[in-house]
Design a protein around this ligand. Sequence first.
Ligand code: UD1
Ligand code: UDP
Length: 359
Amino acid sequence: MTIAIILGTRPEIIKMAPAIRECQRRGLDYSIIHTGQHYSYQMDRIFFEQLELPQPDHNLDVGSGNHGEQTGRILADLEAVLMAERPDVVLVQGDTNTVMAGALAASKLQIKVGHVEAGLRSYDRSMPEEINRVVADHVSDYCFAPTEISKANLLKEGIAEEKIHVTGNTIVDSVYQNLEIAMRKVNILADLGLEPKGYFLVTSHRQENVDNKERLGEIIRGLGMVKSEFGLPMVFPVHPRTRKMVESFGFELDGIRAIEPLGFLEFLQLEAGARLALTDSGGVQEETCILGVPCVTLRDNTERPETLDVGANVLAGADALRMVDRAKRIMLQGNEWENPFGDGKAGKCIIEHLTAGWR
Ligand code: UD1
Ligand code: UDP
């Protein structure tokens, strides 16, 4: 069987890495198709280098653009590559425009589609990612759900049970595989002059937060308030979308250590050492939960309710007072919760399932 692995953004590279490694380990016939949705060195190449992934066989170089433009370009260009390659199965991961376009292009060509991280739902259609998830799940032949909650979401939408396989989330594989490497290879706390458990980590890039002047302004105000309440340094590796919007709205990140986006090894180490994370990232909600670091999510909902259920995460929306209150509350709680995202063998489980079906 031949597998085409489609990816395009930072989190897809990180979360697809365990499946790629498993294809390599088994000597499978696979190819990597990069859409080029992310392209800056710090959002793309650095992850191939740090995770020692093979170079993509194709790069569509679609770049940035409005949703229709970007999705349309990926669809058209992928169709051409898939028609030429004719893989038996296409794998996509997550909820980006790359994922929706990849799943759609393959399914229209009658190529089987496997969706890694299927069944996540925020039930908030104002998020572009929610639309991408729903479309990808409904055209997929294999829905690799990370948890029983995500499986139940798919069943509720009428997706046949035989298409759904609970595998755990490949982010656990990535964290386990790279944390120790990070501890050996990088020393970001010393580089930034930070003490373990003596700083807060911030990320924010959700379109509905950072493209909205009021919400972004309120988040920045809240960060300032959290910082003065606890008197700890705050480190913020800034996503390029966010940097662009902070500049265009004329905001200042006063008192916050705003730095360039980090490589995965540096970021993982920074997460593991943080006292608390404040974020609107999906992956950061998961990783902090896995690493035993409390998290305040700068959103009104989450498609990762497992993190709330175990007590690792709380929602604060884009509301400065709630950010301070939630930070106080979650830091008073212990951090002895169990990781709800599996045992770190999701990549293996996914590839095992795909190949077993082919025998
Ligand atoms: C995308 C995904 C989002 C995911 C995020 C991961 C969609 C709809 N959104 O959001 O779900 O959480 O990736 O980080 O698919 N830019 C650069 N360099 C890059 C990439 C982007 O400078 O390598 C800048 C450009 O100004 C671009 C903006 O960031 O316009 C947004 O990029 P885009 O890929 O459209 O969305 P993300 O916010 O990255
Ligand atoms: N990440 C990283 N460097 C950074 C910020 C994040 O390597 O400066 C990693 C992080 O460890 C996680 C992933 O990027 O694995 C999350 O990506 P992002 O927040 O961009 O997207 P989301 O998960 O929200 O889709």
